[in-house]
Design a protein around this ligand. Structure first.
Ligand SMILES: NC(=O)c1ccc[n+]([C@@H]2O[C@H](COP(=O)([O-])OP(=O)(O)OC[C@H]3O[C@@H](n4cnc5c(N)ncnc54)[C@H](OP(=O)(O)O)[C@@H]3O)[C@@H](O)[C@H]2O)c1
Length: 213
């Protein structure tokens, strides 16, 4: 699948690298399309290039991963323009300035805000509850990390579940996009455990299930 990734930081670069290795065609959208960083990313397997705007693509892509900051998302999505019905995968967590709480929750979420801000994009929340270390390698002994996702468009969710499987994670459908409220709170708990609880980034959430007679 052709995928554009907005943001070449921790999340964008690791998702781009791994999805490119799995045969997807990746275009990074970055504030800078020149220099060592852009050159390094362009040389990765499956990477078509680095552009400064989605509008520079030859034709619309079916999927866009938003791996930029939440605080700038409204402006960045406005600049992105019409997404032509693409799936917009929202990785953000709306952290506060001290990174120890969320700016919003309970009755709203970053996922729902993204759906308000994007033009003609089908938002699926995903990749916000796992660390970059887990995105790079989701295997923990006999287990693979769970990747929760939620959204309102069944076909968009199917496409995201397939990308999650390609990355070697277990997709778990967490319901409608409004459940971003709970996925973002779950991410906050994860961040607390990783940063303040001594777990570090090499840990992951896993849904376990057993059959009961
Ligand atoms: N780090 C994690 O473990 C993790 C895990 C799950 C979810 N998330 C979420 O994923 C998103 C990306 O996280 P990250 O750790 O990859 O962040 P990051 O390393 O800071 O990368 C964000 C990227 O967004 C782009 N960007 C565009 N406009 C920007 C602006 N005005 N200021 C700063 N960056 C701008 C930049 O790429 P260019 O320089 O190429 O423009 C930047 O590298 C965040 O919303 C975060 O909450 C992070």
């Amino acid at each position: 699948m052709r995928i554009a990734i907005i943001g070449t930081g921790n999340v964008g670069s690791v998702l781009g690298r791994r999805l490119g290795e799995k045969g997807h065609e990746i275009t990074f959208i970055s504030r800078s399309s020149t220099g060592d960083r852009a050159q390094q990313l362009s040389s990765l397997p499956g990477v078509a290039g680095v552009l400064t705007s989605l509008s520079q693509l030859d034709s619309p892509v079916p999927a866009v991963i938003y791996a930029g900051p939440y605080d700038q998302a409204q402006q960045i999505l406005a600049d992105a323009g019409d997404l032509a019905d693409a799936v917009l995968i929202d990785c953000t967590n709306p952290l506060n300035r001290t990174f120890d709480g969320l700016q919003l929750g309970h009755t709203e979420s970053a996922g729902e805000k993204m759906a308000q801000w994007v033009t003609n994009g089908r938002v699926v929340k995903a990749f916000n509850t796992t660390s970059v270390a887990t995105m790079a390698d989701p295997t923990y002994g006999e287990h693979t990390a769970t990747q929760f996702f939620c959204g309102d468009d069944p076909d968009a969710k199917k496409a995201v579940a397939s990308l999650i499987r390609d990355l070697g994670m277990e997709p778990v459908d967490a319901g409608p996009l409004s459940n971003s409220r709970y996925l973002e709170a779950t991410a906050m708990l994860y961040i607390h455990l990783a940063v303040r609880g001594g777990w570090g980034g090499n840990c992951a959430l896993k849904m376990l299930k057993r059959t009961v007679d």
